[in-house]
Design a protein around this ligand. Structure first.
Ligand SMILES: Nc1ncnc2c1ncn2[C@@H]1O[C@H](COP(=O)(O)OP(=O)(O)OP(=O)(O)O)[C@@H](O)[C@H]1O
Ligand SMILES: [Mg+2]
Length: 289
């Protein structure tokens, strides 16, 4: 399992975003342009979703954010430090990533060893380590599988191991690259609840690459990538308000967007951006008639 993580930030400079990305460009080879002049800020404690159709550059951005690729142009600044070869080991202790493909991420002979491996360089006492492994395995529903070989697990179970491994390391920032894509709906809900509660309790900063529109609508902020560029960035209810525009870049429309679209067919233009507002607006409309 390839996981990369960090201890709590010693300080946060007031008024400065935790993550600042400026004019980031990257290509794997001459023929493909994977990211083109990407810029955005992420504040400490935010839950940010990244969306975009297949090949839009989401995983590439994730790999750059954790220093697995080096930008061709532009910078990534984390807690005031521009990511470079010099500070990469230090920054890697603070940021964890769960990859899209759970295969080839495992090094341990058993699930337990694998989670332990990520914790080894953190100098925990053996019994503290054991408790952490058990706690996080239980959280993600893996307790029964701790002594299994990772290779003998299903895709969804592997994703759970990777998530448990990251959570046990207590990073300040976690990047999830479609980390629950192989889980069944119930498993996905469980993981979403765990992440939500960690986010609330610890002010964990979360960057989640997802195709799950419900998750997007629950996030603080959404970055839409299209063809390696930032197509939109803002509150999800704003980003997903215009159904035609969202569909034009190959994305699904939110529930609110679909409701608006349906009413528009009857000549009713709704202005609400949230479900609560929309309920109020529809009541007012009904009462006026
Ligand atoms: N290892 C690689 N070598 C060469 N080109 C690559 C490599 N990985 C990705 N690309 C190219 O970079 C672009 C962005 O790919 P990326 O995997 O970041 O997209 P994505 O948004 O994560 O897609 P998906 O939703 O399918 O996961 C695509 O054009 C892709 O073909
Ligand atoms: Mg991807």
């Amino acid at each position: 399992m390839t996981v990369i993580v960090f201890p709590p930030f010693p300080y946060i400079i007031q008024g400065m975003s935790l993550i600042r990305v400026r004019d980031l460009s990257f290509r794997y080879d001459e023929n493909t342009r994977s990211l083109e002049k990407i810029s955005f800020d992420i504040e400490e404690g935010d839950y940010v979703t990244i969306v975009g159709r297949n090949g839009s550059g989401k995983s590439t951005l994730a790999r750059l954010l954790v220093g697995l690729e080096t930008p061709d142009e532009g910078t990534i600044e984390i807690d005031g430090k521009i990511l470079s070869d010099d500070n990469l080991p230090e920054i890697r202790k603070r940021i964890g990533i769960v990859f899209q493909n759970p295969d080839n991420q495992f090094i341990g002979a058993t699930v337990r060893d694998d989670i332990a491996f990520g914790l080894e360089n953190r100098c925990f006492e053996p019994d503290v380590m054991k408790r952490k492994i058990e706690k996080y395995s239980r959280k993600v529903g893996l307790s029964q599988l701790l002594d299994k070989e990772p290779e003998a697990l299903s895709g969804g179970q592997k994703q759970r191991v990777a998530i448990a491994g990251i959570l046990a390391m207590h990073p300040d920032i976690i990047v999830f690259d479609e980390a629950t894509s192989m889980l069944d709906p119930r498993g996905r809900e469980t993981i979403k609840d765990i992440i939500d509660s960690l986010h609330q309790d610890r002010k964990l900063t979360i960057i989640s690459i997802t195709h799950d529109i419900e998750e997007v609508m629950n996030s603080d902020d959404c970055i839409v990538l299209y063809d390696g560029r930032v197509f939109d960035h803002g509150r999800p209810e704003k980003v997903f308000a215009d159904a035609d525009r969202v569909r034009s870049i190959g994305l699904d429309v939110s529930f609110i967007g679909k409701v608006k679209e349906a009413f528009r067919k009857y000549g009713i233009v709704l202005k609400s951006d949230t479900e609560d507002e929309m309920v109020g607006e529809l009541w007012q409309y009904a009462l006026r008639r």
